[in-house]
Design a protein around this ligand. Structure first.
Ligand SMILES: NC(=O)c1ccc[n+]([C@@H]2O[C@H](COP(=O)([O-])OP(=O)(O)OC[C@H]3O[C@@H](n4cnc5c(N)ncnc54)[C@H](OP(=O)(O)O)[C@@H]3O)[C@@H](O)[C@H]2O)c1
Length: 221
């Protein structure tokens, strides 16, 4: 599809991106702004200062784009529940949902993985993604059944690796959840997509190594 037909399709659309405070989510927000300079972006994550910085960066470069900064921890059910109604008026009709928020913790092997790390990964990568999808999908269906939902999986969901068992399992779950949802939506105009990146240099490894940038850098060396 040419850039101009993509621009037309995304014109005036409201796009909600999770995990927009860094890495792939942040770049995705910028790419939407570049492609559709009159779109409306809801950028969400836990770190609102980084989102505010992204908002000013987008508004400076693409003055026609409206940006709403919204604090959202996808692993917190209270924050996700009823989110569409909690958005300010004028922002509730989400046309495109990008479920990008995700994390990996540690490189521990099965038998030594901390229950907290297991819960963090499952509650963010699986439960958070599913819960938010349910909220936004209900709204899309109630408005005639159209929209786009894009889930960020990983090649790790297709091929497990030592030291990544839980993360890999969460991304395998994203993959089969996405496949099943796509089949459920086949007779609607809600399109269900997944992108499975390979290795991308973001804050991902810094989070994995709990802030140890030096260790994280060795991953990409
Ligand atoms: N980098 C890679 O090599 C790679 C490869 C394949 C797939 N992926 C996937 O790509 C996605 C983005 O990762 P990235 O590489 O861009 O890493 P990143 O730079 O660490 O970004 C992760 C984003 O997720 C957000 N996030 C984490 N936990 C969250 C929570 N509980 N609620 C809301 N937001 C949360 C973070 O924001 P806050 O901390 O501000 O909340 C951050 O914006 C993830 O799903 C990851 O699994 C990455």
């Amino acid at each position: 599809m040419s850039t101009s037909s993509m621009s037309r399709r995304l014109s005036q659309k409201t796009i909600l991106i999770t995990g927009a405070s860094s890495g792939i989510g942040r770049s995705t927000a910028l790419e939407f702004a570049r492609t559709a300079p009159d779109c409306r972006l809801i950028v969400t994550a836990r770190r609102v200062a980084a989102l505010a910085e992204l908002k000013s960066c987008i508004e400076k470069e693409f003055p026609g784009v409206s940006v709403l900064v919204y604090k959202l921890d996808v692993s917190n059910q209270n924050e996700v529940s009823g989110i569409v109604e909690k958005l300010p008026p004028g922002w509730r009709e989400v046309d495109v949902l990008v479920n990008n928020a995700g994390l990996v913790k540690g490189v521990d092997q099965v038998g030594s993985i901390s229950p907290t790390d297991i819960a963090d990964m499952i509650n963010t990568n699986i439960v958070g993604l599913i819960s938010l999808t349910q909220e936004v999908l209900r709204s899309m269906l109630s408005r005639g059944g159209h929209g786009d939902i894009l889930n960020v999986g990983s090649i790790a969901g297709r091929d497990g690796y030592a030291g990544g068992s839980i993360y890999c399992a969460t991304k395998a779950a994203v993959r089969t959840f996405t496949e099943a949802l796509r089949k459920e939506m086949v007779s609607t105009r809600v399109r269900i997509m997944e992108i499975d990146p390979g290795q991308v240099e973001t804050e991902f490894s810094v989070v994995r190594f709990r802030g140890d940038k030096e260790k994280a850098d060795t991953v990409y060396a």
